[in-house]
Design a protein around this ligand. Structure first.
Ligand SMILES: [Fe+2]
Ligand SMILES: [Fe+2]
Length: 311
């Protein structure tokens, strides 16, 4: 039975390699193609940016806020891909003298995340070229990576699986469907999602493998680590929501009333918590995988932690 399951698992790694080779793209040749951003269009759709909930902003202001959030969205992926690629490189070592198909799948995954980080650095430069000075992306990739990678592998794989599932959910539910977005911005996330589909499968396989190696007590500590990671992500979101609100206030061309400024801050934090935490934890695939691994008491602890970021 166990041998058969391993066989099935091995087949899924091989399938990921096959698709990864088929969808492989290059940054300039396939994605950017000499284009620049069209700043007369939004970057992120309303379903992700939630700018439509800020009724005191006019259309041009909502478009600007969508572009600021879209710039942060690209930078945020560049950031998380630093610890994702480092973790996948670690996992690859387990297969170095073992299953060479699994080794290849994990190395391709790592290589793709290195390419994605380069893509998002290019996107930041293209966004900066057409937007007023003063934007700041505050979280530092290596500082965040050292905090994340200090947690148990189970918790890190849970976080990574959740991120790669919300990447897919955002693209298919919102970005793909909105005809008003910048064409280049849309293409970046189209090509990104094509490679992320395989990553989400590999995350699940590796997370389940790690889960099977843990004792009940170890898993209980890992759940605590995951809760701490959610808190750490929320800290980053508070920081960046504040920076993005300041940048919007400095560049929107009018001074907002005090109550509007407060609503802007709250609206950005709510949008970021939905984008980077809640849309992933509410993803049905994520819930099904996590639900297979944890007890009702552990599920309640995670639920209570998520409740803290819901308001
Ligand atoms: Fe990626
Ligand atoms: Fe990925």
């Amino acid at each position: 039975m166990q041998a058969m399951q391993q066989q099935v698992g091995a087949g899924r790694y091989a399938k990921c390699i096959e698709i990864s080779k088929r969808v492989r793209w290059e940054i300039d040749r396939d994605v950017i193609r000499g284009r620049r951003f069209d700043f007369s269009r939004k970057f992120l759709p309303d379903g992700i940016s939630k700018v439509h909930e800020l009724a005191f902003l006019d259309d041009a202001e909502r478009r600007l806020l969508s572009q600021i959030q879209g710039r942060t969205y690209a930078n945020m992926f560049g950031l998380v891909e630093r610890f994702i690629s480092a973790k996948m490189l670690d996992i690859s070592r387990d297969y170095a003298l073992g299953d060479q198909v699994k080794l290849e799948a994990m190395l391709r995954f790592t290589d793709e995340e290195l390419k994605h980080q380069e893509l998002f650095r290019r996107i930041e430069r293209l966004a900066a070229a057409g937007m007023p000075a003063g934007y700041r992306f505050l979280p530092q990739p290596n500082d965040v990576a050292s905090v994340v990678l200090g947690k148990s592998a189970w918790a890190v794989l849970a976080l990574v699986c959740h991120i790669e599932l919300f990447v897919l959910a955002h693209y298919h539910a919102s970005i793909d469907r909105d005809p008003e977005l910048s064409e280049l911005y849309k293409d970046v996330f189209l090509f990104h999602a094509r490679e992320e589909s395989q990553h989400a499968i590999l995350d699940e396989l590796e997370w389940r493998r790690e889960n099977a190696n843990l004792s009940g007590a170890e898993r209980d500590r890992a759940v605590e680590d995951l809760i701490e990671l959610v808190g750490a992500v929320d800290g980053l979101l508070r920081l960046q929501a504040g920076a993005d609100a300041q940048y919007f206030l400095a560049t929107c061309g009018r001074s907002l009333a005090g109550s509007e400024t407060e609503r802007l801050h709250a609206g950005l934090l709510k949008a970021y918590r939905w984008q980077y935490i809640l849309s992933g934890t509410e993803d049905p695939r994520f819930q099904a995988i996590l639900g297979d691994m944890i007890t009702p008491a552990q599920s309640a602890r995670i639920g209570a932690a998520l409740e803290m970021v819901r308001h």
